[in-house]
Ligand binder design. Structure first.
Ligand code: 4NP
Length: 195
């Protein structure tokens, strides 16, 4: 699985995971919705907080791309709360772990930060480092392609999120005892219906 997860920056508050793509309307918002759902299922809703952003500024304030939202809705998730935001230097101080959706996003992150003393590059990694089937690849940018690209992204993100949640649970359960046994189950409707 690679290098261990970074230690929490602070003994208080949730462990903060930031997902980063280019526009923050397709891949990282899908990641945020799915990872948040899986954390809730694992009872880690209070232990780990997930946010997402883009390195680009074009879509600030916009909802998710309609194809990304449709793909999530079909799978039973709620994409409606997302509004795109852009990476800013404060993210390097505020997040325990920043996960880039592809290598370009990773290079952009490393070019911007972190500032000296902000915890080093072990906090800035590729999301698919945690992919149990094919680790270390990119989540391909689906923006200029067809709907099948969004399905592919969702599949990669779901299996990677499940494996990342296991790692986070082991890491934080052991080091901080912040596992939340009373976490609320997922609100994902498909979980309650036939699948
Ligand atoms: P994302 O996809 O980085 O997964 O949100 C993109 C969204 C918008 C653009 C590129 C990629 N764009 O060029 O506007």
């Amino acid at each position: 699985m690679g290098a261990p997860l970074p230690q929490p920056r602070s003994a208080r508050g949730p462990y903060r995971v930031g997902l980063v793509c280019l526009g923050n309307i397709c891949r990282s918002p899908i990641g945020e919705v799915v990872l948040t759902d899986r954390l809730a299922d694992a009872g880690l809703a209070q232990t780990v907080e997930v946010r997402s952003c883009g390195t680009g500024e074009w879509h600030i304030g916009n909802p998710m791309d309609r194809r990304a939202a449709a793909t999530l809705r079909t799978a039973g998730y709620d994409p409606s709360r997302h509004r795109a935001q852009q990476l800013h230097p404060g993210w390097f101080d505020e997040f325990d772990l920043l996960l880039a959706m592809d290598r370009h996003n990773l290079a952009d992150l490393l070019a911007v930060g972190p500032p000296d003393g902000a915890g080093g590059h072990d906090r800035i990694r590729l999301f698919r480092e945690f992919d149990p089937d094919d680790p270390g690849g990119d989540v391909p940018d689906p923006y200029y392609g067809g709907p099948e690209g969004f399905e592919e992204v969702l599949g990669m993100v779901e299996r990677t999120a499940e494996s990342l949640v296991q790692e986070l649970g082991r890491h934080l359960g052991r080091t901080h005892g912040r596992h939340d046994p009373h976490g609320h189950p997922s609100s994902r409707t498909a979980r309650h219906g036939p699948r």
